[in-house]
Design a protein around this ligand. Structure first.
Ligand code: ATP
Length: 285
């Protein structure tokens, strides 16, 4: 039985700008995305059963076709044109769910990558990104990782210079948000402030961590933050604990702060943990 376990990394947004809406309902965006060390473990086993099966450490997540990782396996076999010999997927979740961290997308990306390796199909990045994009706009980024400018619906990716060494403290407040509802609110009220994406690209090009931290900005934070006062509170607490900058990721509600050193990040983690149990320390990759 062939088996492979991959780390499926979460992402955060350094910037997020929504530019418009396409007739098919997708939004056009311009955003800087960053992979972080927080990850799920995704094991894929070719088990000879002839079927797909899925087990997940969080019992409330779907373990059928509605799990994005399952759909990734189906999409892989359809695109590769090979029969499914039997594929057992086991997901150990650490990334908070529906939190703006692309948790489902990264599990799906890991399944695509694992199946390409286990079957020796050699589809490579471009073909895997194409398969992934049909399932979700964040999957191509999750396949490639690192630091990327994402345009179009999030699928036009340009690799950027790696972020200088930094640590992130991520806080998931105790509520979830609906990505669709947040996009609808952004459509109804065009954002008045926008991220300085070009300035962010320059700061990355110079390896200027304080310039990066000054430009963390997400147009969705105004919408999610207006509905949930806790987002602004968390941002303030992270800054009070020494973060060089802090912002909400994706459609939220996870909000994170960036730190230059691990020790500063660890003290912030310890100071904030009593108030925010879902808190994570991770490295910017
Ligand atoms: P994004 O940042 O891409 O908007 P997210 O991090 O906000 O994503 P996810 O954690 O991907 O959100 O979860 C969104 C929904 O997808 C959840 O309600 C969940 O039921 C569903 N889902 C399907 N498959 C998975 C998976 N493997 N892991 C997590 N959620 C999944």
């Amino acid at each position: 039985m062939k088996e492979l376990t991959l780390e499926a990394n979460a992402k955060v947004n350094f910037t997020l700008d929504v530019l418009g809406k396409l007739p098919n309902g997708y939004h056009t965006v311009r955003m800087v995305m960053q992979a972080v060390s927080l990850h799920d473990d995704v094991t894929v086993q070719l088990d000879g059963s002839g079927k797909i099966s899925l087990r997940c450490s969080l019992p409330y997540l779907p373990s059928d076709q509605s799990n994005l990782a399952w759909r990734a396996a189906e999409a892989f076999y359809a695109a590769a044109g090979i029969p499914n010999p039997g594929t057992a997927i086991v997901i150990h979740k650490r990334i908070p769910v529906a939190a703006g961290l692309a948790g489902g997308s990264t599990d799906a990306a890991a399944v695509l990558r694992a199946l390409d390796t286990l079957h020796g199909t050699g589809l490579g990045d471009e073909a895997l990104c194409k398969i992934g994009l049909r399932l979700g706009a964040d999957i191509p980024f999750c396949l490639l990782g690192g630091t990327m400018l994402a345009e179009g619906i999030g699928e036009q990716l340009t690799r950027l210079p790696a972020c200088p060494e930094a640590w992130a403290v991520l806080i998931k407040p105790p509520f979830s948000v609906s990505t669709a509802a947040i996009y609808a609110a952004v459509d109804a009220h065009q954002p008045t402030a926008r991220p300085d994406t070009d300035g962010m690209l320059r700061a990355l090009a110079c390896g200027d961590l304080s310039g990066i931290c000054q430009r963390l900005y997400n147009v969705m934070e105004a919408v999610t933050g207006a509905r949930h006062r806790q987002i602004g509170e968390i941002r303030g607490r992270l800054l009070d604990c020494g973060a060089l900058g802090a912002v909400m990721s994706g459609s939220g509600p996870t909000t994170y702060g960036l730190f230059a050193g691990r020790e500063q990040a660890e003290s912030a983690l310890e100071a904030l943990r009593p108030d925010y149990p879902e808190i994570f320390l991770c490295k910017i990759l």
